[in-house]
Design a protein around this ligand. Structure first.
Ligand code: BJW
Ligand code: ZN
Length: 254
């Protein structure tokens, strides 16, 4: 049975989005929820691995203490991600990239689904689960499948770790700075599927708003950023984004 949802958007959003030359999108785990990727905090559930909350297993401290356990956790998660496909939210965001003079996609997600949907130049604030990084020389290696993960660095022979930003770690050099500069110049900013509790990612919509952009949240739940946004579209990203596009740009949805 086809679900029928009604989308109500303001004339202000319709006008701003239609006239926009520079669009900025920040995504979080919720954009991948309809692909089958569990969120971290959404829905009141907390991700746990072998009795450890994810902010313990996914921490810089755990990399120092027990790198093998960290790899076990990330290998397991890659095995779950491997068969998953982008959903209509990823597809719609990918379609937007050629529609505006300037377009920036910043994601906190490490699952690679935006790229799988065709998005280019994605700013990955928290790294990518499909890469490993040398703990010493920082050489990076793509991980094509669970079996082919290299054991050690080919450059220096030292240990590899997931190329993911864990709690208490710095973001990749320059990533936030480029994202913040683009947020400052955008006309419309969409905040899609993030609880917006993790910084500095959560400051990007605040930067956009302070610089005069129209900020619109897409999420089934309210978040700490909802108050900062000019408009909140309540619902699932995979339903809202195609409907929004159809509404504002008839005939142009993906
Ligand atoms: C749907 C949906 C559907 C459901 N459609 N929506 C300033 C103040 C306070 C603290 C700090 C601060 N600045 C920095 C910090 C420290 C810390 C931090 O922010 N802590 C807070 C939690 C308090 N930040 C850091 O440590 C960062 N590093 C840093 O700042 O470096 C400088 C520094 C170093 C040392 C000290 C101080 C500063 C790094 C953060 C890295 C976060 N890494 C993680 C784990 C990655 C590895 C892994 O996967 O295991 O990244 S944490 C986790 O949260 C993951 C996510 O990317 C991130 C954000 O979560 P997200 O995407 O928002 O997911 P959820 O689950 O929270 O929300 C999902 C949402 O989707 C919900 O709202 C649902 O309703 C919605 N949803 N279905 C649309 N269908
Ligand atoms: Zn190395």
């Amino acid at each position: 049975m086809q679900s029928i949802i009604e989308l109500r958007i303001s004339d202000e959003l319709r006008g701003r989005f239609r006239r926009a030359r520079n669009v900025f999108v920040l995504t979080g785990a919720g954009v991948s929820a309809e692909s089958g990727v569990p969120t971290f905090r959404g829905g009141g559930k907390t991700a746990v691995w072998k009795g450890m909350p994810f902010d313990v297993i996914s921490s810089a401290r755990m990399v120092e203490r027990d790198l093998a356990a960290v790899w076990e956790w990330f290998d397991y998660r890659r095995s779950l991600l491997e068969p998953l496909e982008p959903n209509p939210a990823h597809m719609q965001i990918a379609a937007w990239q050629d529609q505006f003079d300037e377009f920036t996609l910043v994601t906190q997600n490490i699952d690679g689904l935006h790229q799988k949907a065709g998005s280019r130049g994605v700013i990955e604030l928290h790294g990518n689960i499909w890469r490993a990084r040398c703990v010493t020389c920082h050489a990076r290696y793509d991980i094509a499948s669970r079996q082919s993960r290299p054991d050690a660095c080919f450059e220096c022979g030292d240990a590899l770790r997931p190329d993911v930003v864990l709690f208490g770690e710095m973001l990749p050099a320059g990533a936030f700075e480029v994202a913040a500069a683009n947020a400052q110049r955008c006309d419309v900013c969409f905040v899609v599927g993030t609880s917006a509790v993790v910084y500095p990612a959560a400051s990007l919509p605040e930067i956009a708003r302070a610089a005069g952009a129209y900020v619109c949240e897409v999420n089934p739940e309210r978040t700490s950023l909802s108050e900062v946004c000019n408009e909140v579209l309540t619902g699932k990203a995979g339903e809202i984004l195609p409907l929004l596009t159809k509404n504002v740009f008839p005939g142009q949805s993906c």
